[in-house]
Design a protein around this ligand. Structure first.
Ligand SMILES: Cc1cc2nc3c(=O)[nH]c(=O)nc-3n(C[C@H](O)[C@H](O)[C@H](O)COP(=O)(O)OP(=O)(O)OC[C@H]3O[C@@H](n4cnc5c(N)ncnc54)[C@H](O)[C@@H]3O)c2cc1C
Length: 496
């Protein structure tokens, strides 16, 4: 594969940003020297007197609090009072109960890969889920596996592949936590067939905002189950998830198909997901030789045995209007396919560009408007404004979605449109421009029923959240009242 996502690393710098609002937060700066340390050690710990005995640890050291007040975006910084590294589910329940009594806000943090403070909590408790990463035995019928919410998807799939099985849907990056992606949805190129990750969960164990550990499923406390999946951490902390498994292929045939026309690209993708021809349908937009974002590369994958038949190139590519001279076809080991962006991520980390600011735009567009809505955003971009980032544009199918809080346009084939830019962190003006662009793109999409995929940096207020949740808002609001009666959970999302 000659082109990979996250493929243009650059140098690292620092930034100071002021006065911008994303995810309900004012972006107040990233300068190690100016980060807020207003709370004195004593004041910080005063709220923590009388904490329960724990199996794990509750830490308040500067390094831990500083780390918990940063994330992948490096745009928002909220310093917590303490960080819990739980030794057990009981620890999570005990500390949430304690915080509920004291009125201390709480946020779970998986891998902290949110870009605008969604897992941060000023003056509150951050619950790191990473210690809750056990991967249990497969169910007797091998249809599911139960894992701790802090497990990373890379660990989950390595464990299930030992049995020839796999969760059906993956995010592009495997080092995200199970709890983190189940809180947002979890979209990947397999979603057109299986729905998103939240559609492939059969049961959860959750600690509610009242500190009560509860098991839930589509038939047991379904209101909680459906309020937690894609629920942005509002009604409970997921501590364990039971994930559906399907047979894994040993190898996959991977196709990169190049288009020079956006409309044709979008139409061909749509036809493919409607026919269900491939196991994976994704795609990215690249700059052409003139620096215009007008090269469209569809990424499609057919699974080989035992998950599918031997791939037949002629049948699979029949009727597609890509440029055959530029097609790239390769057979890949299944795990290598799932983890294919790992080398590019390693290069970004090596170069320092991983620590750039990430003012990401993530939208779900009505399929009928996908080309018309994405074209002006793409036309306004330059390689310099995108930086070492990527643009994704690919469809999912609404009839495969089952989770009420995963909000999509009312269109049979919504398109994910991600502009995953990376900006040198001291370029305040560029971040401001990116946020303004994100907002404008969201408004254009929302005007025709588009939604935000809430893993990015679209400036949003509470009214926007009501619009976002639409007909599911009453259900979310009711679950919030029931399961987080003190309103302490996950304020970083800015929803309530
Ligand atoms: C490089 C990269 C690639 C990505 N690729 C994709 C992709 O292909 N598809 C996709 O869908 N997304 C993708 N994302 C977005 C990603 O899925 C979300 O940002 C996800 O929430 C990050 O997981 P995390 O473990 O870092 O969560 P965090 O950032 O730690 O948390 C995210 C939110 O969920 C809450 N939360 C975390 N854990 C729990 C829990 N156990 N219970 C309740 N609430 C919890 C947090 O409080 C926070 O509000 C990508 C992100 C990055 C940085």
């Amino acid at each position: 594969m000659s082109r990979t996502p996250f493929s243009r690393p650059g140098p690292s710098r620092r930034t100071v940003l002021r006065g911008l609002t994303v995810a309900g937060a004012t972006v107040v700066g990233f300068d190690a020297g100016t980060r807020s340390r207003s709370a004195s050690g004593e004041a910080r710990t005063a709220g923590l007197r009388g904490t329960p005995r724990l199996d794990g640890t509750l830490v308040t050291d500067d390094a831990s609090l500083t780390a918990a007040s940063d994330d992948y975006g490096h745009l928002v910084h909220r310093r917590p009072l303490a960080v819990l590294r739980p030794g057990s589910v009981r620890d999570v329940a005990a500390m949430v109960r304690f915080c509920a009594r004291q009125g201390i806000p709480v946020a779970a943090r998986g891998q902290g890969h949110s870009p605008s403070g969604q897992a941060q909590v000023r003056g509150g408790l951050v619950v790191e889920t990473a210690p809750l990463a056990a991967i249990g035995a497969l169910a007797p019928d091998s249809a599911t596996v139960t894992v701790g919410a802090g497990a990373r998807w890379s660990d989950v799939v390595r464990a299930t592949l030992a049995h020839g099985l796999t969760p059906p849907v993956f995010t592009d990056y495997l080092e995200l936590s199970v709890g983190g992606t189940l809180s947002v949805g979890g979209i990947g190129g397999q979603a057109h067939r299986y729905g998103v990750q939240v559609d492939n969960v059969t049961a959860l164990r959750v600690v509610t905002g009242a500190g009560e550990p509860v098991r839930c499923s589509p038939t047991r406390r379904p209101d909680l189950f459906h309020a937690v999946l894609a629920g942005l951490g509002q009604c409970g902390i997921i501590v364990e998830a039971t994930l559906r498994l399907v047979r894994a292929p040993r190898t996959v045939r991977h196709y990169l198909l190049t288009y020079d026309d956006l409309g044709t690209y979008v139409e061909d993708q749509r036809a493919l997901v409607e026919e269900d021809r491939f196991d994976y349908v994704g795609g990215q937009v690249f700059a052409d030789a003139r620096g215009m974002f007008r090269t469209y590369m569809m990424e499609v994958v057919a699974y080989g045995p035992p998950a599918g038949p031997e791939p037949d190139d002629a049948a699979l590519l029949r009727g597609l209007r890509h440029d055959p001279a530029r097609a790239q076809i390769a057979d890949l080991d299944y795990y290598a396919f799932l983890d294919r962006i790992a080398p590019a991520v390693a290069a970004l980390k090596e170069s320092g560009a991983w620590t750039f600011a990430h003012p990401w735009l993530n939208l779900l567009l009505p399929g009928d408007h996908a080309a018309e809505l994405s074209a002006p955003v793409l036309d306004a971009l330059t390689p310099a404004t995108l930086g070492p980032g990527v643009i994704q544009l690919y469809p999912i199918r609404r009839d495969r979605l089952t989770s009420p809080l995963f909000r999509t346009p009312d269109d049979p084939v919504p398109y994910l449109f991600d502009v995953l830019g990376a900006v040198p962190p001291d370029d305040t003006a560029a971040v401001g421009r990116a946020l303004a662009t994100n907002r404008a793109a969201y408004e254009a999409a929302a005007a025709v029923g588009g939604t935000q995929y809430p893993v990015g940096c679209v400036p949003f207020d509470r009214a926007d959240w009501r619009t976002q949740f639409g007909s599911a808002w009453p259900q979310l609001a009711a679950a919030k009242r029931t399961y987080d009666p003190h309103g302490i959970l996950t304020p970083g999302q800015g929803i309530f």
